[in-house]
Design a protein around this ligand. Structure first.
Ligand code: ZN
Length: 342
């Protein structure tokens, strides 16, 4: 692990066609039963080797074992009906087919702990594992029981906390909560979002992180971003609260985004996963382009606090493009480390 600028990805990577249908969100699995379980393990091995050879320091399973970053976790819970789904508008921008909460939510058994144990056993590198954040969970379902998003998010936070502690116990070094909803419901973040997040992360003895982004490079998100004006200042409202929170690492989209660099200064002392790879284009960055974004971040943050990362998940891209982007990320960070003599 390098002493500065350790690289990581925000989470997902595309799945091979022998595991799931190509380049789709929520892609259906290709296999079932034990064949599916074996294919998932093989896909995890493949993405680990790809990250390692690309020079990614803190590796993930690329979400090879889950169909979706939120709903797959929810499907592991009681109190949720995921067979007769409902269609709701999520993140205030697109319709999605989601599970329905029909009673008190609880976790009858661990959801990802066996997957995490396998992941840790397959690599010598530090492992990061992603869980959905409580606010984003509450925004990715139809709630027919609590009818109160804050109350539902707190119930999820307690469940996430139990799961996270078990993930840390099997050797996960970084637990990242994915909270794209933090860039949408700014008042609620302040009202109860951060409180729910801290509750999910309470008492964890590993590194804790929160990923906040402008979403995958899909049509609905590209259109939404066009409405956000010439400067994206959503983080400006949440970063001061996150700076005062117990969470160790916070993410920020920097590659090709309209996020003003000075917002990095609002995170006082936190490590920042700086997005240096654009996930909304098939164009593969050069190492020099990646290094240039890291330099821009270094205008506001010491290199010791920078974790070069992707803007968001790479799952909608082709495997070939994603692999190129991983290599650019590793090579770009290595360029800057060399300049720094690190
Ligand atoms: Zn994201």
């Amino acid at each position: 692990m390098p002493s500065v600028l350790p690289t990581t990805i925000s989470g997902s990577l595309p799945k091979p066609a022998w595991l799931a249908h190509r380049q789709q969100l929520w892609a259906p699995w290709t296999l079932e039963g034990e064949d599916l379980a074996e294919a998932k393990r093989d896909a995890v091995r493949v993405v680990l080797r790809q990250q390692e050879e690309a020079g990614i320091d803190i590796v993930t399973d690329g979400e090879q074992t889950r169909q979706h970053f939120v709903t797959t976790f929810i499907e592991g819970l009681d109190g949720v009906d995921f067979e007769s789904r409902a269609t709701v508008k999520i993140r205030q921008r697109y319709d999605a087919s989601v599970p329905r909460v029909v009673g008190p939510v609880s976790r009858p058994r661990p959801v990802y702990v066996e997957d995490a144990r396998f992941l840790v056993s397959e690599t010598a590198r530090p492992v990061k594992f992603q869980l959905p954040g409580p606010m984003t969970m509450a925004d990715t379902l139809a709630d027919e029981h609590y009818r109160d998003r804050a109350q539902l998010a707190m119930a999820f936070a307690d469940i996430l906390n139990t799961e996270a502690k078990e993930l840390a116990a099997v050797g996960v070094g970084v637990i990242q909560f994915d909270e794209p909803a933090f860039n949408v419901y700014l008042d609620d973040v302040n009202g109860w979002g951060i409180e729910a997040l801290e509750r999910a992360a309470a008492g964890l003895d590993c590194t804790t992180a929160v990923h906040i982004c402008y979403g995958y490079g899909i049509e609905a998100n590209i259109k939404w971003k066009e409405t956000l004006g010439s400067e994206w200042r959503q983080y400006e409202e949440t970063f001061p609260i996150l700076a005062a929170s117990t969470i160790d690492q916070v993410s920020l989209e920097m590659a090709h985004s309209h996020v003003p660099g000075e917002l990095l200064g609002l995170l006082g002392g936190k490590d920042v996963m700086v997005g240096v790879i654009d996930v909304a284009t098939d164009e593969i960055e050069t190492p020099e382009e990646v290094a240039a974004v890291i330099h821009r971040a270094m205008e506001y943050l010491p290199p010791e606090n920078i974790v070069p990362c992707t803007n968001c998940g790479l799952v909608p891209l082709s495997r070939e493009v994603a692999r190129g982007k991983l290599r650019a990320l590793g090579a770009g960070a290595a360029l800057v480390r060399t300049e720094l003599g690190a």
